[in-house]
Design a protein around this ligand. Structure first.
Ligand SMILES: Cc1cc2nc3c(=O)[nH]c(=O)nc-3n(C[C@H](O)[C@H](O)[C@H](O)COP(=O)(O)OP(=O)(O)OC[C@H]3O[C@@H](n4cnc5c(N)ncnc54)[C@H](O)[C@@H]3O)c2cc1C
Length: 288
């Protein structure tokens, strides 16, 4: 591996300043569980690697005016243990539990998971189903975008090379919203998702309200199943309709056919997982 300079700023402000000066010949390192693997094998070694893993501003999970703020540097283990996540977005705990093994969860951050932007990322579907947004900071200031707008393609986001993902915001309207996440891999532990899915919903007068369905590993990025959502929105809860929504979700995906699973097997999984996440969210919801 070619040598590189290693820097470790001690504040978000100095990280942004350094990114501004050094970009595009700089890469960010958080927990390193994805990037160190890449770095060992790539010919594209940057001039500088900037470690942001200890930046205090990227830590913490707090209730803020517009919702729940999760620092981009929060690890999967911290998510699993946090009382605010347990209270307001427990499906995130289910998702974090499925990521790698203890060591990976202790080091890997939620920000790193989203920015790596592999289609099978396990943090994505639940956050998309909860309408999460992200704050991005660069030398020109802060911009907030919806999480779905961060995802551009496999391993490609809308972040510029001089920008830092600083926090994820789950909006107030989604806090405590009944939601569920399922992942199916080839093993029970340490497996990438063949398909993962999350749904969130409210029930008003026995009907679906603000239903969100998101699936991963079956399209270039984690997606929302807008047609399946529209099909159920406002309708009375009915098992047959939920099953049909699972079938509609299949038409919105483009799963690959590879040595791990055929396209048709993945399609079957989408239908089953989407149906299960909706039914599990219904079970959690207050029925008025
Ligand atoms: C054995 C193993 C098993 C795994 N299993 C799973 C699994 O089951 N499910 C799953 O989803 N993932 C899995 N992963 C992938 C990985 O652990 C996660 O994606 C993790 O959350 C990445 O976070 P990190 O902090 O380690 O990111 P890093 O490796 O430090 O960084 C990843 C990328 O994000 C960029 N980046 C990081 N933070 C920021 C930021 N704040 N702003 C801008 N750019 C940033 C880096 O420049 C780099 O390009 C696994 C990895 C390993 C090694």
């Amino acid at each position: 591996m070619r040598p590189f300079e290693f820097i470790k700023p001690d504040s978000e402000a100095s990280a942004i300043e350094l990114l501004g000066k050094l970009s595009p010949n700089v890469r960010i390192l958080a927990g390193g569980t994805d990037y160190l693997v890449d770095l060992k094998h790539t010919a594209d070694v940057p001039k500088t690697v900037m470690d942001i893993s200890r930046l205090p501003e990227l830590k913490g999970i707090d209730e803020v005016d517009d919702g729940l703020r999760i620092g981009a540097g929060v690890t999967h283990t911290e998510i699993m243990q946090n009382p605010l996540i347990k209270k307001y977005a427990p499906a995130m705990i289910h998702a974090a539990h499925t990521i790698g093994a203890v060591q990976t969860r202790n080091l890997g951050t939620i920000g790193g998971n989203l920015v790596t932007c592999v289609p099978s990322m396990d943090s994505g579907p639940t956050l998309v189903a909860l309408d999460a947004e992200v704050n991005i900071v660069g030398k020109d200031g802060t911009r907030r975008i919806s999480l779905t707008d961060l995802f551009v393609g496999p391993r490609k986001t809308s972040l510029k090379s001089n920008e830092l993902l600083t926090e994820i915001i789950i909006p107030k309207r989604s806090l405590g919203k009944p939601a569920n996440f399922y992942k199916f891999g080839l093993r029970k532990g340490q497996a990438l998702a063949l398909v993962n899915a999350a749904s969130s919903l409210w029930i008003k007068g026995g009907c679906f309200k603000d239903l969100r369905i998101s699936i991963g590993a079956v399209a270039p990025v984690v997606i929302r199943c807008l047609k399946a959502e529209k099909y159920l929105e406002g309708k009375k809860i009915d098992e047959k309709l939920v099953k049909e929504a699972g079938n509609i979700a299949v038409t919105e995906a483009k799963p690959i056919d590879d040595f791990r699973a055929s396209q048709s097997y993945r399609n079957d999984l989408i239908a089953v997982l989407v149906t299960r996440t909706i039914n599990a969210a219904i079970d959690l919801a207050d029925k008025d």
